[in-house]
Design a protein around this ligand. Structure first.
Ligand SMILES: Cc1ncc(COP(=O)(O)O)c(C=O)c1O
Length: 372
């Protein structure tokens, strides 16, 4: 009864995730064709699973130091050193979500503006709002490129940081080098921090996804995760790498919040980093080609280069993406309306992290609806 009175003001403007709503619908359906899921359909590599199990058996079940076990941090630093020719400071986080929250808590003052592209990952506006910042989404329709001139126009004296995400959720777009360079230059000119969410960095199918860190190392915080790359989303592991002062403050905040990432799973991820995932990446490249081939006769979309999403335009016969998605769900196909990731409701997200047969059946239904 009336227990809403106990709620803080900050939670009131936050609605439940539109993705959750589709998940709940899926749970009530017999055998939906599910193209809504944001996680790989492959499992954790066996050696990593065994390493986590061994760690539990070896009583490695207690807290770790808050920044993560030294072995995993050293392994991550080695990988970053090979990629960037320098070794940024590193901490292990509870998923990229944990890294995002700590990074924003550590860097955003109340009233600071945080600029990111629209469409955006569903959490960004809510997390910025939670820490008292002001979300500034910059529309990048219809090609979903990083548009430096639009970003530049959104920067004001109150802008504190830029949040980038490539390969991107929900569009699958990988930033072009020249756009990223131009945006890094903007960050330097306006003295802004860049948070670069690179959770899909391993899942880039046509070329290596460039990182803002290479352009502006002194002011870029990289957030990467193990979940999407190694099929371990439920292990809740990621890492943050970048300017030492920011990592130090994030560690301090982690002590009082998440404390540390789960120890046995850190040992599992350490082994996971030595597993060859190229077969899965090749599979997902094939799925990307499959889904694009199936959709191209009925939909307009930007060919995705990474992640496992496509973000097609709603067919003109439908008044909104939500109306199209409702019709798709009535026909057993679960997809997500663009309004979940955007201030617009003109596109919808398909996840192709699904068996090929599910992709085929789902795209067939969507094409039929588009033409009807
Ligand atoms: C762009 C992006 N960032 C962050 C996350 C959160 O990742 P994690 O499960 O590691 O918290 C996701 C998950 O879907 C994502 O798509």
């Amino acid at each position: 009864m009336h227990d809403e009175k106990f709620l803080a003001d900050r939670v009131k403007p936050i609605g439940p995730s539109g993705i959750r709503k589709v998940f709940d619908l899926a749970a009530s359906m017999d055998s939906p064709i599910d193209l809504s899921i944001g996680q790989p359909d492959f499992d954790v590599p066996e050696p990593a699973r065994q390493a986590a199990i061994r760690a539990i058996g070896a009583h490695r079940n207690g807290y770790t130091v808050t920044q993560g076990i030294p072995e995993l941090r050293a392994r991550i630093r080695r990988e970053l050193a090979a990629e960037f020719d320098q070794e940024p400071e590193v901490m292990v986080t509870s998923g990229v979500s944990g890294g995002l929250l700590l990074a924003l808590l550590a860097t955003v003052n109340p009233g600071d503006e945080v600029v990111f592209t629209d469409p955006y990952f569903v959490s960004y506006p809510h997390l910025v709002h939670l820490v008292g910042g002001v979300p500034v989404p910059v529309p990048v329709y219809d090609d979903f490129r990083l548009h430096p001139e639009r970003i530049a126009a959104a920067i004001t004296p109150k802008t504190r940081l830029l949040m980038l995400n490539s390969p991107a959720n929900p569009t699958g777009v990988v930033y072009r080098n020249e756009d990223l360079r131009a945006v890094a230059q903007l960050a330097i000119r306006h003295d802004l921090l860049v948070i670069s969410d690179e959770i899909y960095q391993r899942l880039s199918y046509d070329r290596a996804a460039p990182s803002a860190f290479a352009e502006a190392p002194g002011r870029t915080l990289i957030l990467r995760g193990f979940g999407k790359s190694y099929g371990m989303t439920g292990w809740r592991l990621g890492y943050a790498a970048g300017p030492p002062a920011i990592i130090a403050e994030m560690c301090k905040l982690q002590q009082y919040t998440f404390v540390c990432a789960p120890q046995p799973l850190q040992w599992g991820a350490l082994t996971g980093m030595d597993c060859d995932m190229s077969g899965h990446v090749a599979d997902y490249r094939t799925k990307r080609d499959l889904v694009c081939g199936l959709l191209e006769k009925a939909f307009e979309f930007v060919r995705p280069e990474g992640g496992f999403y496509v973000f097609p335009k709603t067919p003109p016969a439908f008044p909104s993406a939500t109306a199209f998605v409702e019709q798709a769900i009535r026909n057993q196909v679960l997809i997500i309306p663009g309004s979940v990731f955007s201030r617009r409701d003109t596109h919808f997200r398909i996840s192709y992290a699904a068996p090929n047969e599910t992709i085929r059946r789902g795209c067939e239904v969507l094409c039929r609806l588009a033409k009807s």
